[in-house]
Write a protein that binds this ligand. Structure first.
Ligand code: APR
Length: 314
């Protein structure tokens, strides 16, 4: 059986972390692509030298030539400019939309059957940009945000409760940003509803910290996070190449689900070899539904900005 081929467009911080994890887990052979000369080649060489120590034989190569991504099964797009302190994700839109557009054109040319996972920010809108320009079915174009956001939430909760983060399960909805909708009702700790273990005030504070979790790291590092984003994206790649049917919150194209149409938004899905195999519709309360719709409205406003930039959608 031929090995899976995983192409990473953008060999920056997230691309590098993702390449390492993908090779280490032997998810397939990894091609790192970047416009910066030397960077993908250098990182690939460095990473391939982890193989003898860590005991993996996945090939890791680096390139500046799109021809080398030909026939990839899964392509993860992290190309773009990361957020700097004081910059909102939306400030990034024009720059990153042009980058994601040109990346997508090359991706569809060389790997017309691939699944595209977008990581570049502003996430929901960059995923939309890849969808528009690829003309792929939406099942094969989606974004990584929910696993990262729930990971932050689960990590904060684990610390607060003094329990293993492995035992915390959670789902959240909505856009990747301040309007995300955590659902404490669906958070459990070893099967126990979290609301039985923590008072409302502390939980609300954790939810607020989660919403601003990306910004907290930008303020400390001077650039956006990469370890957890790369790890979250690797988990999605694994679910696809191993056809695991994992249930994750993923930024998906909605066509009537949750009463929403034509918008990319974080929702729980089943992820397997075909990409998004099913969007799961939770029975939300009136308040949760209102928050989800408010989040969709905020995402749509940025999508409209993109729709009005003819150069990006034409
Ligand atoms: N094609 C390919 N690669 C590109 C292009 C392009 N047109 N434009 C920029 N790049 C590359 C850069 O050369 C850089 O190596 O994208 C890489 C981005 O890497 P970093 O700057 O290290 O950013 P990273 O931390 O990996 O984040 C990538 O994900 O979470 C988001 O906000 C984040 O949008 C950012 C993206």
């Amino acid at each position: 059986m031929a090995r899976k081929k995983i192409a990473l467009i953008g060999a920056g911080n997230i691309g590098g972390t993702l390449a390492h994890l993908a090779a280490q887990k032997e998810l397939g052979d990894v091609v790192l692509f970047d416009i910066a000369e030397g960077i993908p080649q250098g990182k690939a060489l460095d990473l391939s030298q982890c193989g003898p120590v860590q005991g993996f034989d996945a090939k890791v190569t680096g390139t500046n030539n799109y021809k080398d991504i030909a026939g990839a099964d899964v392509i993860i797009v992290t190309a773009g400019v990361p957020r700097k302190p004081g910059m909102s994700r939306d400030d990034l839109i024009a720059t990153n939309a042009n980058i994601v557009k040109s990346v997508t054109e090359n991706v569809i040319k060389h790997s017309p059957d691939c699944i595209i996972i977008v990581v570049s920010n502003p996430l929901d809108v960059m995923t939309y940009c890849a969808f528009l320009n690829s003309k792929f079915p939406a099942q094969r174009v989606f974004g990584m945000a929910g696993i990262l956001d729930t990971a932050r939430y689960r990590a904060f909760l684990a610390t607060e409760l003094g329990v293993s983060p492995k035992d915390i399960q959670a789902v959240l909805m909505g856009g990747h940003g301040d309007t995300m909708v955590p659902l404490p009702r669906y958070t459990t700790v070893g099967g126990i509803p979290v609301t039985e273990l923590i008072d409302k005030e502390k939980l609300d504070a954790i939810v607020e910290r989660t919403k601003k979790g990306g910004g907290e790291i930008v303020n400390l590092l001077g650039t956006s996070a990469w370890y957890a984003p790369g790890t979250a994206a690797a988990q999605m790649v694994e679910a696809i190449v191993r056809d695991q049917k994992r249930v994750f919150p993923v930024c998906a194209w909605l066509q009537g689900e949750y009463g929403l149409n034509d918008v990319y938004l974080g929702v729980p899905v089943i992820l397997g070899r075909n990409g998004i195999e099913k969007i799961i519709e939770l029975k939300l309360t009136k308040e949760e539904m209102e928050l989800t719709h408010a989040s969709a409205k905020a995402v749509k406003e940025v999508m409209d900005v993109l729709d009005n930039m003819n150069s990006v959608t034409a």
